[in-house]
Design a protein around this ligand. Structure first.
Ligand SMILES: Cc1cc2nc3c(=O)[nH]c(=O)nc-3n(C[C@H](O)[C@H](O)[C@H](O)COP(=O)(O)O)c2cc1C
Length: 172
């Protein structure tokens, strides 16, 4: 199945469950827990060693992943709402906490993500926001210009609210 093929069927997980994965410094999956396997529909062997975009859903704006990677590359943690694609094209929403892992000498050895089921009220804000960002990104013929325009739209929205990205996400 191509990544663009989606069913529009939503899957959910419980408040007391956490979806966990770890990656190497390039974002290739090195670990995923049973909740991850169960909701995504992949077998462990299909995920290990693969780039994490194997579960990328086409509804996700690239702006959010740009922010994610820029934040991680600065050695910082990030919280983000993400919709992910299951193997069969279904999807599930998460609130992810993604952070660097460090070795004894402080160098970044990889990253991990712990994901909780999101508050439905937060998704009422995030769904239309992501749709707007995606529309802005795709409105431009040029990929790079589209990403810059999406990023500028997010920054303008945050400036308008007088909030940092973290304050916005964690305040939802
Ligand atoms: C620890 C970690 C966890 C990640 N989790 C996800 C995820 O759950 N879903 C996702 O689409 N991308 C996730 N990513 C981001 C992907 O590496 C990638 O940037 C994203 O899927 C966009 O892919 P693309 O650049 O090919 O469009 C994660 C990255 C890291 C480092």
């Amino acid at each position: 199945m191509k990544s663009a093929e989606v069913t529009r069927v939503e899957r959910t997980f419980r408040d007391d469950e956490l979806i966990v994965s770890k990656t190497d410094p390039k974002g290739r999956i090195t670990y995923c827990n049973d909740v991850f396997l169960s909701i995504s529909g992949f077998r462990e062997a299909e995920l290990l060693g693969q780039p994490h975009n194997i579960i990328r859903h086409p509804d996700m704006p690239r702006t959010i992943f740009k922010l994610l990677w820029e934040t991680l590359e600065q050695g910082r943690e990030i919280f983000a709402y993400v919709v992910n694609r299951c193997k069969n094209g279904d999807h599930y929403w998460v609130l992810a906490h993604v952070a660097p892992d460090r070795g004894p000498d402080g160098t970044v050895t990889g990253f991990h993500s712990n994901r909780r089921t999101p508050d439905p009220a937060a998704l009422e804000v995030i769904r239309p926001l992501y749709a707007r960002l995606l529309a802005e990104e795709t409105r431009h013929g040029d990929r790079k210009a589209g990403l810059e325009a999406g990023f500028a739209m997010l920054q303008a929205l945050l400036a308008d609210k007088g909030l940092s990205y973290d304050q916005f996400v964690l305040g939802l």
